[in-house]
Every structure is written in C-alpha cells, then in structure tokens.
Design a protein around this ligand. Structure first.
Ligand SMILES: Nc1ncnc2c1ncn2[C@@H]1O[C@H](COP(=O)(O)OP(=O)(O)OP(=O)(O)O)[C@@H](O)[C@H]1O
Ligand SMILES: [Mg+2]
Length: 345
C-alpha cells in the first residue's frame, strides 16, 4: 500500500509573527523529514511552535505570520497503474497561499484535523455537504457521487447511521462524533499526509482511545503518514514511530519512540519525560515539573534556548553558542553536552 521514501522534508523552516511588541520567532529553524506511511509525533510545552509549524506546512499561517526562511518539500508520488511511481517535488513555501497548487495539496494531498472540530466545520452546512464539497473540489465528483462517498467515509470511521448523519449540522453531534466526522472529511480525499493537531485533547478518555484506535486502523489500511501533535506523551508513545521534541521554535531532539522514552538525551527531553506520571515506577515520588518558565517569545535566549532552565548548563558555552547537531545512532540531538562522536563532553 505504501510507497517507500520521503514524503515531507522540512529544511531550516522559520515562521515569524510581527506584532506590536516585536517579532515572535514561532518556528525558528526547524528541519526534519517524514517518510510515507509513518507517524511523526511532535511534542513540547505550550507555545513552542507545534501548531505554527503545522500551519506552515498547510500554508494556513495567519496574516501577521510569514515563512521567512526555509523549505518544505512535498514529494508527490504520481502514476501508479503498475508502473513505478514517479515523484515530483513541490516546495510548499514557494507557492502562492491562495493559489491553485496549494489548494490541490491542502485538503486533498495533505489534510488536517484539529482539537476543535467546530473550527473546521461551518455551522450552517450539513456534515454531508461539507464532506461532499471537499470531494467535488479535489476528486472531481458530482454532488450525488460525492454524497454517496461521504456516507461511505462516515461509515468507515465508525459513524453510526451515516446516511442520517450526512443531513445533520455539526452542533447536532456529540464531541466524539464531530471528531469522527472531521476525520472522515480529512480522509475522504485519501491524503498522503494527515496532520493531527491535538485531535483528542477535548475528548474524554474513552472516546479518545476510540479515536486513536480508529486513526491507527485507518493508517494501516490507507497507508497515509501522520504528523501527530500533542502535549500528551502517553498518547504520542502509543501513536508515533518517531518523535521530535520542540522548545521555543526549535527541535532539541529527534529519535524513534523507544529510544526517546528509554533514554532521552537532551536535558529538555529528560525534564519533559520526568514530568509525566509513571505507573511502573515507585509511586511515592512526586511528579516533577520543569524548573523555571518558558521565556517570552520576543526575547529568545542566546545560545541554546533552554540554557536558563537547564540543570546541565555550561556557562560560557550554552549561553553563547548555538548548540550543534549531534547524531547519535539514528538519533539527533542539539546539545553542547555531547561531542560530535556522540560521547559526553
Ligand atoms: N497569530 C499569531 N500572532 C502572533 N503570535 C502567534 C500567532 N499564532 C501563534 N503565535 C505565537 O507563536 C508561538 C508558537 O505558537 P503555537 O501555537 O505554534 O504553539 P504550540 O506549540 O502549538 O502551543 P500549544 O501546545 O499551546 O498549542 C507562540 O509564542 C504564540 O504566541
Ligand atoms: Mg498548538
């Protein structure tokens, strides 16, 4: 089902907001790749740039924000019919955000689900019409065909009575059902990438578990890649193959799930993982919170942005020099504590 190889390659992405108080460096030099059919988890404290990074990929950054540097290469795979797929590379940052090309990508090849389905559904149109609209736009279907496909897709996401739900308005559904509908809308055009930004944060744990299970099943059958953004490290451990940890607009560590949870290397990743409850450890321990507060986004500290809160801060180094990328096996860490060969400094 999946074609091996790269799907998204982000290089040195910077997305800034100009506001009265100054410049918010929301995404401040981010690079990573995502392969077809894989799930990349994106974690980090509130305000570290997860959503703006995702909005940059969709070219949905609010007008005050601009992609000021970097590339987002999207590897579009075309021509199957038994032949080897040819791959076309589109740099999403170079597209006109209102143009034809980005509209083909947005909602068609790359789809997004959010925490609050009410922000992606219009309150005045039925669920069926809204899913059908995407299909008419992206798959060149007529209305009747599109409505049939909408019912089929709702059925696929486990919606009870999908032939009735198509005639419902969003407010007539429960939170969980709305989230299912949004996933149905996102998947209706068979995207090669689904970006999920806190898709289950607003749901109760039972419904959350069902939605996560559903996303995994759909991924297995449809072969799409997922970028899964969340605060919840338990959820990301469940969903992702690989994780990037972000802090103040930068990636501090990137690793496969097992390595990151077993042996986080960046002091920020360590702190973040220590701040989650462990059921398999001594429960007498108090949950640790990360020392200090996130600096305000207009004045990002020099050197390593985490140094003012870092227990391993090396004065004269961490507060002055931007940390280099260190590759340790399949893992990447941006930290002065490691030498280029991956050993401790
Ligand atoms: N429209 C905007 N105008 C100005 N600043 C913005 C705007 N949107 C986001 N920002 C700023 O960009 C930074 C990154 O925000 P972002 O929403 O990406 O964080 P996040 O990691 O998604 O946080 P959360 O976990 O709370 O969703 C923050 O400092 C935020 O205040
Ligand atoms: Mg966010």
């Amino acid at each position: 089902m999946t074609t091996p190889g790269q799907l998204i390659e982000v290089q040195g992405l910077k997305t800034f907001f100009k506001v009265r108080e100054g410049t918010v460096r929301a995404v401040n030099g981010v690079s990573f790749t995502l392969e077809r059919g894989r799930t990349l988890g994106v974690v980090g404290e509130s305000g570290c740039g997860k959503s703006v990074m995702a909005q940059s990929v969709m070219r949905l950054v609010e007008p005050a924000g601009k992609i000021v540097e970097g590339k987002i290469n999207f590897y579009r795979s075309a021509a199957q019919n038994g032949h080897e797929a040819t791959v076309e590379v589109v740099d999403i940052t170079s597209l006109d955000y209102r143009g034809v090309e980005i509209r083909r990508i947005r909602g068609g090849e790359i789809a997004m689900v959010f925490q609050d389905p009410m922000t992606s559904f219009s309150p005045v149109h039925t669920i069926g019409d809204q899913i059908a609209e995407a299909l008419i736009l992206h798959q060149d279907m007529d209305k009747k065909e599109a409505l049939e496909r909408a019912i089929e897709t709702l059925h696929r996401v486990g919606m009870p009575k999908p032939d009735r739900v198509v005639n419902n308005f969003p407010h007539q559904l429960s939170g969980g059902m709305r989230q299912r509908s949004m996933i149905a809308m996102a998947l209706s055009c068979n995207p090669s990438l689904l970006i999920a930004d806190e898709p289950t944060t607003a749901l109760d744990v039972t419904t959350e578990a069902q939605i996560l299970e559903l996303m995994k099943e759909l991924q297995a059958s449809l072969g799409m890649a997922i970028m899964f953004i969340t605060h919840n490290l338990g959820v990301v451990a469940e969903m992702a193959n690989e994780i990037i940890v972000m802090y103040l607009g930068k990636i501090v560590e990137r690793a496969d799930v097992v390595s990151l949870f077993d042996d986080p290397r960046h002091p920020y990743s360590r702190a973040l993982l220590r701040s989650i409850p462990r059921v398999d450890k001594d429960t007498g321990e108090r949950l640790e919170s990360i020392e200090g507060i996130v600096p305000d986004p207009y004045s990002i500290p020099q050197g390593c942005p985490f140094h003012p809160r870092c227990p391993s801060n090396i004065p004269g180094v961490c507060d002055v020099i931007e940390p280099p990328l260190v590759t340790i096996g399949a893992r990447q860490v941006y930290c002065h504590l490691y030498q280029q060969d991956g050993t401790a400094r």
